[in-house]
Design a protein around this ligand. Structure first.
Ligand code: MG
Length: 373
C-alpha cells in the first residue's frame, strides 16, 4: 500500500452520512457516493440542460452533462498528481451542477427573482437539495444520503443566513473554514473546464472569432505555439490544438502551484487544511490571464446578442411558468402538489429547477398555447 497522505480526505474517516448505513463492500464510501450520483435522475437530466447554448441549438455544444464529465476528468488528474482522494473529487465534480435550472444562468436568475420573497433560489444550494432531498429512489431515506465530505464539497458558497439553516455543512461558512483539498480541486477544475469549452463552443458557433481571441494573452501564446509546430493547420484543428495546450498549461500550473502551497504550509491533517487559506490555487500569472479570458467571454460571448435573445426567452418561460403555478397549484403534477401544500413557492421552484430545457419549453406550450395538448 502506498503511504497515505495525512491531509487527504480518508473515506474510512468520513464524518458519515445523515442516515446510518452499513459500510460498502468492494468500494470506498466516496466511490459509493460517486456511483449514486451517476445513477440519479438529476444526473441524466444534465444531458438536456444548457451550459451556454440551449440544447436545440446544435448537437456538438457542451451541455451540463458533458461539462460535468470534463470537470470530473480534470479534477481527477489533479487529485491523482497530488495523491489526494480521486473518488471524492470525482463525486463532487459530477454532482456540482445537479441543481442547475434549465437555460443556464438566465434560468437561475429568473427563478431567483421569482423566489425573492420566499428565500431566493441559488443553483449551488439546489444541488445540495437534490442530493439531500429531491432524489426519491431509496427505501430508507430521501435523497442519495451522501457522505458529509461530498455534500460539503457540493456547497461551494453559501450566505450566512442559509448556512445557519443548513447545520453541519453550513458550519464552515460561519466559522470561515475551507473544505477538503478534493473539493477545492473540483471547484477550480470547473473553471478550467468552462473557460476552455466556452472558447471552443464560442468559435464553433461563430459568435467568437480567432481574430478576436488572438488579442487574449493565454489564447494567443498557445495558438502561436500550435502554429510553430503545425504551420499549415486549418482553423478547426488549430482551435483544438490551442485549447488542448491551454488546458495542459492550466492543469500543470494548478498542480505545481498547489504542490508549492502544500509544501509551504505543510498541513498535518485535514483539520489543518480546513483552517488554512485555500491551498489549491493557480499561480498569480495564470490567475491574471484567466481573469482576462473570463472578462472577454463575458463581454463577447455571454452578452452576445444571440445569447441575449435566448436568455430573454428563457427568462420569460421560467417567470411565466412560476406565475402560472403560483396562481393555480392544481396545475402542478401530483408529487409537487403534495409538497406545495407545505411550501408552495419552494415546491414550484424545485419543479421548475428540475426541468430540462426542452421540458420547460414543452410545459410552457402546454400551459400557454391554446392549440397545444
Ligand atoms: Mg459547473
Amino acid at each position: 500500500m502506498p503511504e497515505r497522505i495525512p491531509y487527504a480526505a480518508d473515506p474510512r474517516r468520513s464524518r458519515g452520512r445523515r442516515h446510518l448505513e452499513a459500510a460498502p463492500s468492494g468500494r470506498s464510501e466516496y466511490q459509493r457516493d460517486r456511483d449514486r450520483i451517476i445513477h440519479s435522475t438529476a444526473f441524466r437530466r444534465l444531458e438536456y440542460k444548457t451550459q451556454v447554448f440551449v440544447n436545440h441549438e446544435g448537437d456538438l455544444f457542451r451541455t451540463r452533462l458533458t461539462h460535468s464529465l470534463e470537470v470530473a476528468q480534470l479534477a481527477r488528474s489533479v487529485a491523482r498528481s497530488l495523491r489526494l482522494d480521486e473518488d471524492l473529487t470525482e463525486a463532487i465534480a459530477l454532482a456540482h451542477d445537479l441543481g442547475h435550472t434549465p437555460f443556464g444562468h438566465s434560468g437561475q436568475d429568473a427563478l431567483n427573482a421569482c423566489m425573492a420573497k420566499y428565500g431566493g433560489f441559488e443553483h449551488n444550494l439546489q444541488s445540495l437539495r437534490v442530493v439531500d432531498l429531491l432524489e426519491q429512489r431509496y427505501g430508507a431515506f430521501d435523497g442519495l444520503n451522501l457522505t458529509f465530505e461530498t455534500r460539503e464539497g457540493i456547497l461551494k458558497h453559501c450566505s450566512q443566513k442559509n448556512a445557519r439553516a443548513l447545520g453541519d455543512v453550513g458550519e464552515r461558512f460561519i466559522r470561515k473554514l475551507q473544505p477538503t483539498l478534493e473539493a477545492q480541486i473540483a471547484n477550480l477544475a470547473d473553471e478550467i473546464a468552462y473557460n476552455n469549452h466556452d472558447v471552443d463552443d464560442g468559435l464553433r458557433s461563430g459568435l467568437l472569432t480567432l481574430e478576436q481571441l488572438a488579442g487574449i494573452r493565454i489564447f494567443s501564446r498557445h495558438m502561436k505555439s500550435a502554429l510553430r509546430e503545425f504551420p499549415k493547420l486549418n482553423d478547426r484543428r488549430l482551435v483544438h490544438e490551442t485549447v488542448r495546450r491551454m488546458i495542459g498549461t492550466l492543469v500543470t500550473d494548478l498542480t505545481r502551484q498547489s504542490t508549492l502551497n502544500i509544501r509551504d504550509r505543510a498541513p498535518a491533517d485535514l483539520t489543518a487544511v480546513r483552517s488554512t487559506p485555500p491551498l489549491i490555487s493557480f499561480s498569480t500569472k495564470i490567475k491574471l490571464e484567466q481573469q482576462e479570458l473570463k472578462q472577454f467571454l463575458r463581454q463577447n460571448l455571454y452578452q452576445h446578442y444571440r445569447v441575449a435573445r435566448m436568455s430573454t426567452k428563457a427568462r420569460r418561460i421560467v417567470t411565466e411558468l412560476f406565475g402560472a403555478f403560483r396562481d393555480d397549484p392544481k396545475l402542478l403534477p401530483p408529487e409537487s402538489q403534495a409538497r406545495a401544500r407545505e411550501d408552495n413557492a419552494r415546491a414550484i421552484a424545485d419543479y421548475i429547477a428540475g426541468m430540462t430545457d426542452r421540458y420547460a419549453i414543452r410545459e410552457y406550450r402546454r400551459l400557454f398555447a391554446v392549440d397545444a395538448a
